[in-house]
Design a protein around this ligand. Structure first.
Ligand SMILES: [Mg+2]
Ligand SMILES: [Zn+2]
Length: 245
């Protein structure tokens, strides 16, 4: 018989996992497609968070406003089934569910979208790159890990601004005792590092056709992936899985 689950943790990546789009790319596709095109060429040479910070400065220099950025975020695709699924799970008391957001986007993008969906109280913690609007309307963005300070020592290939595996471990240390079950919802190749640290009673809900699916197929076995893997493509399937927990 499976041990009973009283406390569970659900870890959410944000772009293409909780949300049905990628915030960093969406902003520029809507407000300045030529900057979006430029990002494609520059991403080989500039670290991604730095590139977004630089592109946001360019957007500001063109006179695009805080209101325009916030509006663009609010209209970004976000599936109603995702809102329903997490809301129901949060309300249920048995098992008790804690939500943790672990994202390579930034604090302004995430909080603006969550508020627009009535989900501002969902997460216990949001770990991401820090950002804020300056009085001028410039959205100032920094890496989670300062490039001038000590760097993470991840060997799984996380980008310099954040190792999601180390961040998951740190969250679990802050929130003892251990959760009976951890469920990780992710899609990207940088979601591979944290799921390697999960146990056999834990589960990853992996979005199909994206980086995480490829990494699980290629490296999962050799790196000793222990958690269960369930695949999904549309948010309605995540709602379905959540309802069956
Ligand atoms: Mg993602
Ligand atoms: Zn890592």
């Amino acid at each position: 018989m499976a041990p009973t689950v009283e406390r569970q943790l659900i870890v959410f990546d944000f772009d293409w996992s909780m949300a049905d789009q990628d915030t960093d790319r969406w902003i520029f596709e809507v407000l300045a497609p030529d900057i979006r095109r430029k990002m494609k060429t520059l991403q080989e040479e500039i670290q991604w968070t730095d590139l977004i910070a630089q592109s946001l400065a360019e957007l500001h220099a063109r006179g695009r406003t805080q209101e325009e950025i916030q509006h663009t975020l609010r209209i970004m695709p976000f599936h109603p089934a995702m809102v329903r699924g997490v809301t129901k799970l949060k309300e249920a008391s048995n098992p008790h569910t804690t939500f943790f957001c672990l994202s390579n986007a930034n604090s302004v993008f995430i909080s603006t979208i969550l508020e627009s969906k009535g989900l501002q109280g969902l997460f216990e913690e949001i770990v991401t790159n820090p950002a804020h609007f300056q009085p001028s309307g410039l959205l100032k963005l920094r890496r989670r890990i300062d490039p001038n300070g000590p760097q993470h020592d991840c060997k799984i290939g996380c980008s310099p601004n954040m190792c999601k595996g180390e961040e998951l471990d740190a969250f679990l240390k802050r929130h003892q005792p251990d959760y009976d079950r951890i469920i990780y919802v992710g899609d990207g190749s940088n979601d591979f590092c944290p799921i390697l640290r999960m146990r056999s009673q834990d589960m990853v809900l992996c979005r199909r056709f994206r980086g995480l699916e490829h990494r699980i197929a290629k490296e999962g076995e050799e790196r000793g992936l222990k958690c269960q893997v369930k695949y999904w493509a549309g948010a309605w399937e995540v709602e379905e899985i959540f309802a069956s927990l």
